[in-house]
Design a protein around this ligand. Structure first.
Ligand SMILES: Nc1ncnc2c1ncn2[C@@H]1O[C@H](COP(=O)(O)OP(=O)(O)OP(=O)(O)O)[C@@H](O)[C@H]1O
Ligand SMILES: [Mg+2]
Length: 264
């Protein structure tokens, strides 16, 4: 079997006394889509940020495409070029047009010529359905359109792996679908993806595996139908019940002491 595209071994990360990742082991195969779910503060963003070394791990190893990012001698810029990252906040340059947002990193980082960068930008705007916004400025776009521009910008760099950190959390509900549709397309095309998300429908339909994190460890890692549909751990069940029905979870908590546990 070929090596996984992303390999995380014994990953630890502390901020001062706060140990945020407490030994993460995770593999993502080529073309696999792994959704990471878990409560706020469980370390999901920190895990993604360690995978492209936006955060320096305190211990353990991270490999992408067989190259060890945590090797002190690695050419980190070269490895990072293989990894596209999309954040909750789109981080577009407001003073640049959509096309310029896509061409600037290609020219600066990949040293592509003007014509080639423009061609790649146009191709990727087309992929995300925004060819008609090429000359627009970010402020004139909806949040969903801005996020699709951010995805196109990452794709224009030709990454082997895409990391998404709650890409739809800042969007109005009616704009979420278009962004998820682009991510579905990428998954179908065989992109290797790690996606931190609260979109359980997306995770169920698109993910090959779902990873549930809590307190800096992976509690469950398995097929979506298993982790979301029939979780083996109480912590996962509790998280999912809160997510799917926050009001019910509160009632359960209030009543569980008096009536000997939540009932239906
Ligand atoms: N740069 C930092 N400096 C100090 N502490 C940090 C830093 N980044 C994250 N933390 C802490 O690490 C813990 C995990 O944070 P992280 O952002 O990874 O959680 P998360 O699972 O992504 O949560 P959320 O769902 O709210 O985004 C939190 O306690 C957070 O305060
Ligand atoms: Mg986060």
């Amino acid at each position: 079997m070929s090596r996984p595209e992303i390999e995380v071994r014994g990953l630890h990360k502390s901020f001062g006394d706060n140990e945020v990742l407490r030994g993460i082991d995770l593999e993502v195969g080529r073309g696999e889509v792994v959704c990471v779910i878990g409560p706020s503060g469980s370390g999901k963003s920190t895990l993604l940020r360690c995978v492209n070394l936006l955060e320096e791990p305190s211990g353990g190893q991270v490999f992408v495409g067989g190259a060890e990012l945590t090797d002190p001698d690695v050419d980190i810029d070269a490895v990072r070029r293989r990894i596209g990252m999309v954040f909750q906040q789109f981080n577009l340059f407001p003073h640049l047009s959509v096309t310029e947002n896509l061409t600037l990193p290609q020219r600066r980082v990949l040293r592509r010529g003007k014509a080639e960068a423009a061609k790649v930008a146009a191709e990727n705007l087309e992929r995300v359905g925004l060819s008609d916004k090429a000359t627009a400025y970010p402020a004139s776009l909806s949040g969903g359109q801005q996020q699709r521009v951010a995805i196109a910008r990452a794709l224009a760099m030709g990454p082997e792996v895409m990391l998404f950190d709650e890409p739809t959390s800042a969007l109005d509900p009616e704009l979420v679908g278009d962004v998820l549709a682009v991510m579905r397309m990428l998954a179908r095309e065989g992109m290797t993806m790690m996606v931190v998300t609260h979109e359980m429908t997306f995770a169920r339909e698109v993910a090959d595996r779902v990873v549930f994190m809590d307190g800096g460890v992976i509690v469950e890692d398995g097929a979506p139908a298993q982790v979301i549909g029939a979780p083996a751990h109480e912590r996962t069940r509790h998280f999912l019940s809160r997510l799917l029905d926050p009001a019910m979870a509160e009632v359960e908590e209030e009543t569980s002491d008096q009536v000997g546990g939540p009932g239906k």
